[in-house]
Design a protein around this ligand. Structure first.
Ligand SMILES: Cc1cc2nc3c(=O)[nH]c(=O)nc-3n(C[C@H](O)[C@H](O)[C@H](O)COP(=O)(O)O)c2cc1C
Length: 127
């Protein structure tokens, strides 16, 4: 089974404070369920939007997304990243809350790392 990363944003139905509380509740309730199917994840709330990264076996990640998409606490789920990865970033957390700054910094780190990997791979083919 391929190791997969999927991230999305969505619009929270509730106002920010309630959405933040919902995010913490979701983190508290979903950890065990994610762990059972080998999915690791982080979730944040920023300006009325949820953002989440899911990683694990591709089929498990897609199954979680299907359930999430039917959740009435948000709508307009928009997938940002959807592809294979070589290693997990969040292996220690089945479901953790991140403040938005940390969430964003980690995603930027990943993009920079991926870019560096691609450049390195391209350079290797030039010689
Ligand atoms: C933004 C958001 C993120 C969620 N993330 C997860 C998740 O990673 N794993 C999970 O099992 N449920 C997650 N849920 C909850 C599911 O949509 C669903 O409510 C839950 O899995 C069903 O649990 P229950 O039957 O115990 O209520 C999320 C919901 C929202 C709104």
């Amino acid at each position: 089974m391929r190791l997969w990363k999927l991230s999305y944003t969505s619009i929270a139905v509730a106002a920010h404070d309630v959405a933040l509380q919902q995010a913490h509740e979701i983190c508290a309730r979903s950890g065990e369920r994610n762990a059972r199917i080998d999915v690791s994840s982080v979730l944040t709330v920023h300006r009325g939007r949820f953002a989440q990264v899911l990683e694990g076996p591709e089929e498990a990640v897609r199954a979680v997304l299907r359930r999430i998409m039917g959740d009435a606490r948000h709508h307009s789920v928009t997938v940002i990243a959807d592809g294979p990865i070589v290693a997990r970033r969040y292996g220690s957390w089945a479901m953790a809350y991140r403040d938005p700054k940390t969430y964003l910094a980690e995603q930027i780190d990943d993009i920079l790392q991926q870019t560096a990997d691609v450049v390195r791979a391209m350079k290797a083919t030039w010689h």
